[in-house]
Design a protein around this ligand. Structure first.
Ligand code: 5GP
Length: 212
């Protein structure tokens, strides 16, 4: 069976990655699986353990590192975040496209391990828009918002390493762009080796049958 595609989506805190991914899942429920990360940060209001994140202690996180259970992991604004390897590998083997919503240090680890992964970076239309979105969602105290805005400068240093940069000005347009890019990535010749081999043997059969 053809392996699924691994898609990494990064972008500054508050840029709307989560909303875009939820829209993709709602519009195309069969096409994507979204990895549930482990984190040591506290749950926000409304977040559900095992759905939004696996909320674990630093000791549990370290245990997962020691047992090599992460595809990637990284610190972010005082907490640790990581992608559990097993479900991602299982979904890819089942031919499902898997989305990881992770920050750039982790994204670059994935790029090294899986050069076939598609790396997308979502940028805000401006820093003012980002700030008002972060404040508007009211999920973190002002000090944390400040730290997250500061983290954006560091994250911006890695943007050239991504395959595509998209601006989330209109979320519907941005979601369509993401979907198109994922579809085009799947059409690369390199991703279609099995199809090419099958077509070649069909050509051979056809030539034999028709004495060409
Ligand atoms: P938040 O605390 O807002 O949910 O996430 C903070 C940052 O951590 C976001 O940029 C998010 O994409 C990133 N993040 C979430 N899960 C993971 C993960 O498993 N690995 C890495 N490297 N970053 C993650």
């Amino acid at each position: 069976m053809k392996q699924g595609q691994l898609i990494v989506i990064s972008g500054f805190s508050g840029v709307g990655k989560g909303t875009l991914i939820n829209m993709l899942k709602t519009c195309f429920p069969d096409d994507y699986r979204v990895s549930v990360s482990a984190t040591t940060r506290d749950p926000r209001d409304g977040e559900i353990d095992g759905v939004s994140y696996h909320f674990i202690t630093q000791e549990e996180f370290q245990g997962m590192i020691d047992r090599d259970e992460f595809l990637e992991y990284a610190p972010y604004v005082g907490n640790s975040y990581g992608t559990p390897r097993k479900p991602v590998e299982e979904w890819l083997n089942e031919g499902k496209n898997v989305i990881l919503e992770i920050e750039p240090q982790g994204a670059l680890q994935v790029q090294k391990k899986r050069p076939d992964a598609l790396l997308l970076f979502i940028a805000p239309p401006s820093m003012e828009v980002l700030k008002s979105r972060l404040i508007g969602r009211n999920s973190e105290p002002p000090k944390v918002v400040e730290k997250r805005l500061k983290a954006a400068a560091k994250e911006a240093c890695e943007m050239e390493k991504y395959d595509y940069i998209l601006v989330n000005d209109n979320r519907f347009d941005c979601m369509c762009q993401i979907r198109n890019l994922i579809q085009m990535h799947g059409q690369r010749a390199e991703a279609q080796k099995d199809f090419i081999a099958a077509l070649r043997s069909d050509i051979e059969r056809f030539q034999e049958e028709n004495n060409l």
